[in-house]
Design a protein around this ligand. Structure first.
Ligand SMILES: *[C@@H]1O[C@H](CO)[C@@H](O)[C@H](O)[C@H]1NC(C)=O
Ligand SMILES: *[C@@H]1O[C@H](CO)[C@@H](O)[C@H](O)[C@H]1NC(C)=O
Length: 389
């Protein structure tokens, strides 16, 4: 396999993957009492998210607002402001631990910045309920909107305390002041400054798809097939190591962006994706450090090291690909990005299959030529039998 062809394949794959920066919507999150919502959006501030179904004919909005209050004895609020942009004028649903200890939702017509009083709001509400668990409060309810509504101005907030059944003032950090924006009930678009959140997700997705999902498999292909050719020794070794080190570096960057995204979305947990990510990081780190412990080629333990290296290596590649698909699910990306990644993986798989066959042909041919030199052995310290696993 000549280097230019590899480079070409790599460039094509890289182009496919990097264009896969996808616009996201959050995935299916399950709620108690079989509550299901058609749409969902992470809100740009306060680690919160909104899930909703909108019956346009009846102009009825069924929603779940999820946010972590600063303290368990605090409150969370979601509101529609029919008249203005910010807090004043908001028709709010506020959830907190009621004086008797159970979670409840009350409605507030917010007319000023001072103390607020429970009371009727401009919209008819029903099925109001609230829950608190895992540091997160969830507000459920149905709101009847004026006929013909397709978008609303939403405002949301969290506060740390409630006194005598009255939610107390919230913090005035930037996050608390910017937690408002337009919500398009039909298209599911949330405006405001949410761009950074979805941009971070896309960065996370691209870094990880390119590193774990593409670079590491390419590195493995270099190692497995290139060393069949004496002329490629020790080039294959350097290609392999370079590819894996770059893949690992980019992958750790992607992993770190994932941790940061995870810490910002307390309300929603993607346990499988997260666990696979942790396993990947640990195994890949182990793999990098094991490089320094590699016994010499003639050392009796080298055989075992090779088995270990292959096992961990292939595990990382398989888990990496699985987790890219998990991530695509979570991002809820367009089908074309998923298709793009599937095509990239198929190209790699095709190249690997082709090389596998080609390698065996070369091996069998060498055997029938009566070569006494065991195939695949080479002079480089990095060499080993390519088909040993
Ligand atoms: C607690 O109080 C709320 C009203 O403040 C009421 O709706 C709810 O049923 C009460 N819960 C219990 C367990 O008494
Ligand atoms: C909410 O407060 C505003 C301003 O005081 C008032 O005009 C409006 O009628 C109130 N809404 C309800 C439903 O009471």
């Amino acid at each position: 396999m000549d280097a230019p062809r590899f480079q070409l394949a790599f460039l094509v794959i890289f182009a496919v993957a990097s264009s896969a920066a996808a616009a996201g919507a959050c995935s299916s999150v399950t709620f108690s009492s079989n509550r299901v919502y058609a749409a969902c959006s992470d809100l740009p501030h306060l680690s919160s998210s909104l899930h909703w179904s909108f019956d346009a004919t009846a102009a009825t909005l069924s929603l779940a607002f999820v946010a972590p209050p600063p303290k368990p004895e605090g409150w969370v609020a979601w509101a529609i402001n029919p008249t203005a942009d910010g807090m004043i004028g908001s028709q709010a649903l506020i959830a907190f631990h009621q004086p008797n200890g159970s979670m409840g939702v009350r409605t507030y017509n917010i007319t000023g910045y001072g103390s607020i009083a429970e009371g009727a709001i401009d919209f008819q509400t029903s099925d109001l309920a609230a829950e608190y668990s895992g540091g997160v409060m969830r507000v459920f309810g149905k709101v009847k909107l004026p006929a013909g509504t397709t978008a609303v101005k939403q405002v949301w907030q969290v506060g740390s305390s409630v006194a005598d059944g009255v939610p107390q003032q919230h913090a005035i950090a930037q996050e608390n002041m910017q937690s408002k924006g337009k919500l398009d009930l039909i298209k599911g678009a949330v405006s405001g400054s949410e761009a950074s959140s979805s941009r971070n997700k896309n960065v996370h997705g691209v870094l990880n798809a390119v590193s774990w999902g593409i670079l590491l498999p390419i590195g493995a292909i270099f190692s497995r097939y290139l060393k069949t050719f004496e002329s490629a020794d020790p080039t294959w070794f350097y290609l392999h190591v370079t590819c894996q080190i770059i893949g690992y570096g980019v992958g750790v960057g992607g992993w770190a962006t994932g941790l940061s995204l995870g810490s910002k979305s307390k309300g929603i947990e993607y346990t499988t994706h997260r666990s696979i990510g942790m396993a990947l990081f640990s195994l890949a780190t182990l793999q990098v450090f094991a490089l320094f412990l590699r016994p010499n080629k003639d050392h009796k333990y080298r055989f075992y090291w090779n088995i270990y290296h292959h096992l961990v290596g292939y595990t990382v590649i398989i888990l990496g690909i699985i987790n890219v698909f998990q991530g695509l699910d979570i991002l809820g990306v367009d089908h074309k990005w998923r298709a793009g990644y599937i095509i990239a993986i198929c190209i790699l798989g095709g190249i690997a299959l082709f090389l596998e066959v080609a390698t065996w042909i070369v091996v069998l041919k060498r055997k029938s030529d009566g070569s006494t030199r065991p195939y695949g052995e080479s002079t480089s310290n990095g060499a080993q039998k390519p088909l040993s696993v």
